[in-house]
Write a protein that binds this ligand. Structure first.
Ligand code: SAM
Length: 258
């Protein structure tokens, strides 16, 4: 069933308003007419099944039939910090990360980043990424849309490490589990040290196509991040965050089944 994220203001006590692009999509693509049903969420506290009462170009009014549980969010809030990759790879990270259950995304700059950062494109890029996150959240029936933070400098990212319950620095040098920690070991050691936290916030740091320098790895460790490997193969930058996120949510028991 089609889903739309709407603002709290569009959520009434007994009905909702669908406006703008969403109303256009409902009318033109879904051919929505009175009586049709869809699901809306404010992305924070309310998700509801609604039935269309009025469908017009300036907007759709739908009556709330029943409030639905908001139970599609993982208990572990995993934020993917992705060193800015080339081309549209960030869009792939955002789309797949959202489907799998990422909590947020933090693009950041690192020494071996290949793409030349152009501040003039920042606003446009953030708008495109937010649209991708919203569409992926609707498609995957998420109860909230993962946030996309502004581009962080390396310094800003390092300063943020201790605001998380756990920070994992994906370091391909640690890729061979024989030499370094795998995600599972890192998480279990942390859980032992910190005592199992119900809904931990976890930062997963991924390098760009050029990888990380030794200096960045030691600075990340000094900031409190744990260096982890993702297996003995070298993953593409756009693959690594998705694999790390999946490993973490699997470890938390979120990926289906007990
Ligand atoms: N240095 C890599 C090489 O030798 O080709 C290039 C970096 S890799 C394409 C991009 C990023 O993905 C790395 O900086 C790291 O964060 C992550 N990554 C890729 N494979 C990994 C692995 N086996 N273990 C841990 N992190 C990995």
């Amino acid at each position: 069933m089609q889903r739309y994220f709407i603002t709290a203001e569009q959520f009434g006590d007994s009905d909702i308003r669908l406006l703008g692009e969403d109303a256009h999509h409902a009318l033109r693509v879904m051919r929505t007419k009175p009586g049709d049903k869809f699901i809306v969420s404010d992305g924070q506290a309310r998700t509801a099944l609604v039935a269309v009462r009025e469908a017009a170009a300036e907007g759709i009014t739908a009556d709330i039939i029943e409030m639905l549980p908001m139970d599609s969010e993982p208990n572990w809030s995993v934020t993917i910090a992705q060193s800015l990759p080339k081309g549209d790879k960030m869009e792939l990270v955002i789309q797949k990360g959202t489907e799998i259950g990422a909590y947020a995304f933090v693009p950041f700059e690192s020494e071996r980043m290949i793409v030349q950062y152009d501040g003039k494109k920042e606003a446009k890029r953030l708008e495109r990424w937010s649209k991708i996150a919203k569409e992926a959240a609707e498609q995957s029936h998420r109860s909230r849309i993962p946030s996309i933070q502004a581009l962080h400098s390396w310094r800003e990212l390092m300063k943020s490490v201790d605001t998380y319950d756990l920070a994992l620095f994906c370091y391909e040098r640690e890729g061979d589990a024989a030499h370094g920690k795998g995600v599972r070991t890192a998480v279990r050691e942390w859980a032992l040290q910190s005592g199992a936290i119900d809904s931990p916030s976890i930062l997963l740091i991924v390098g760009s196509e050029g990888g990380f320098t030794e200096r960045e790895a030691s600075e990340a460790e000094a900031a409190g991040a744990v260096l982890v490997g993702l297996g003995k193969r070298i993953l593409r930058t756009e693959t690594a965050g998705i694999v790390g996120l999946t490993c973490l949510l699997y470890e938390s028991g979120e990926m289906g089944g007990a």
